[in-house]
Design a protein around this ligand. Structure first.
Ligand code: 5GP
Length: 190
């Protein structure tokens, strides 16, 4: 998505440890009109695939998923982090290693909101090593639901998580893929 690449170049900052900061539109302040444009792009990618629900993980994935859900008029389910106590009833859960915080956390979804009849597209803000997506895929599999694909707004291709998932046959369609990134510049995959 060229407009996203341009926005990353205009507003993104490359921090230590291969972290890209995009707080002006995605990770702290939300550019709602731009989020809707991302939602339209996600609709364009999957509109012929007959899926029923979007699945994401709190917190930054929610904004992208809600934008896509608004465009497609589909419900959004978000996995909660480390909050088994306020998710009542039976749950699906998976452990995820956090790239940005270097800790492990549990993600939890109530069994009320995912079932074997669902066809799921997973959404997140960033894809780095693929651990968040792996946890969400684990939950889709526990539910016996069908995974249609996964879309992250920004994939850091040089960290390999997206390509590892593609090698396993999972459809991963990120909106912008960064192949190289340093304070001097950012190169996108063509
Ligand atoms: P992964 O699980 O693929 O290694 O990392 C993805 C998760 O880590 C995303 O949900 C995102 O919250 C966070 N993340 C990874 N890399 C970055 C980054 O460069 N910038 C920001 N803002 N978040 C990141």
């Amino acid at each position: 998505m060229l407009a996203l690449e341009q926005k990353i170049l205009n507003e993104g900052t490359v921090l230590e440890g291969h972290v890209l900061k995009v707080g002006s539109f995605l990770n702290q302040q939300l550019d709602v009109d731009f989020l809707v444009e991302m939602g339209k792009e996600i609709d364009r990618i999957y509109k012929n695939d007959g899926f029923t629900k979007l699945l994401t993980v709190e917190s930054s994935g929610i904004a992208v998923a809600v934008a896509a859900g608004t465009v497609m008029h589909l419900p959004v389910v978000f996995a909660k982090k480390n909050k088994t106590s306020n998710v009542s009833g039976e749950i699906y859960s998976a452990m995820v290693h956090s790239y940005t915080h270097n800790t492990d956390y549990k993600i939890v979804v109530s069994k009320d909101y995912l079932s074997k009849d669902d066809k799921i597209v997973i959404i997140d803000d960033f894809l780095a090593n693929g651990k968040a997506l792996e946890g969400l895929i684990d939950i889709v599999n526990q539910a016996g639901a069908t995974l249609v694909g996964a879309t992250c707004a920004i994939e850091k291709g040089f960290q390999g998580g997206g390509d590892r998932l593609r090698e396993q046959g999972i459809r991963v369609e990120s909106l912008a893929i960064i192949d190289e990134m340093s304070p001097e510049g950012i190169t996108f995959r063509k």
